[in-house]
Design a protein around this ligand. Structure first.
Ligand SMILES: [Fe+2]
Length: 263
């Protein structure tokens, strides 16, 4: 039977983020971090991501010892199983295509060892092979509480090791302000920044909201991501998709997300 209420409910969510095409920061892989708890949760989040305009998603589970002691081999295996399960369960639902899995690596005292030991980390790439570095784009995050001393050196070492670095949600770090000289330094070093879409809608705090807009105005933000963790984020993403200010921003600004389309 045609469900008219469902029809209108679906129609109300605008595909605001279609110009981005691909989400490059989300925690949809079940039970590996503080993101999705189950396949059902992930399916629901994927449905919302498609509704707001994403054609493709790239999964980025946390790597942070000892809290999330994930190993790349295991994550790849889980991702392959997850894709098969989603395919088997999605029925006639139109969901975004899962384009790969990489990670969100926490820069902390344990992280330096990864560089020194030349551990291969999971990345994603620009569609244009001439763009970007040999090993691809590595998504990293910092503590939400205190700055990491020597961050410039870590970024430099990563770049020397062949990675392009994307700093996740700089607007969420309370120790950086709207015109932070530390962040400016990272931009001068060629570090990419990714802001969270939900920050733009005030999901985390008023301060993060303001800084997200300020950083975009500074010309510092190359990527946007959902950083989707659970169904509450999916609801918030629907809300963000209806925000006039965010709709205008997406129409006006160019982001690099769409250039991650091809393998
Ligand atoms: Fe994240």
């Amino acid at each position: 039977m045609f469900d008219i209420f469902h029809f209108f409910k679906e129609k109300k969510i605008p595909n605001t983020f279609a110009p981005l095409r691909t989400d490059m920061h989300c925690h949809l892989l079940p039970q590996v971090d503080d993101g999705s708890k189950s396949l059902e949760e992930s399916l629901g989040m994927l449905e919302t991501m498609k509704a707001v305009g994403f054609e493709e998603v790239r999964l980025t589970p946390h790597y942070q010892v000892p809290r999330f002691p994930n190993k790349e081999d295991d994550i790849i295996r889980r991702f392959e199983n997850f894709c098969a399960e989603v395919d088997a369960r999605k029925g006639d639902k139109d969901l975004p295509v899962m384009k790969g899995v990489s990670g969100e690596y926490r820069i902390d005292s344990g992280f330096r060892g990864r560089i020194e030991n030349k551990e291969e980390m999971l990345t994603f790439r620009f569609a244009d092979e001439k763009k970007g570095s040999e090993k691809g784009l590595l998504l990293v995050e910092l503590s939400l509480h205190q700055p990491y001393m020597g961050i410039e050196q870590v970024m430099f070492d990563l770049q020397m090791a062949g990675y392009d670095v994307v700093l996740a949600h700089p607007e969420r770090y309370p120790y950086y302000d709207s015109h932070s000289s530390e962040l400016e330094q990272l931009k001068e070093q060629g570090v990419y920044f990714q802001a969270n879409i939900l920050s733009l809608d005030g999901f985390y705090s008023e301060s993060a909201r303001k800084k997200a807009f300020d950083y975009i105005e500074n010309g510092w933000i190359e990527f946007l991501g959902t950083d989707m963790h659970n169904p509450m984020y999916a609801k918030a993403l629907q809300h963000a998709a209806c925000s006039k200010k965010i709709i205008q921003l997406i129409e006006k600004e160019e982001f690099e997300n769409k250039n991650l389309v091809k393998e």
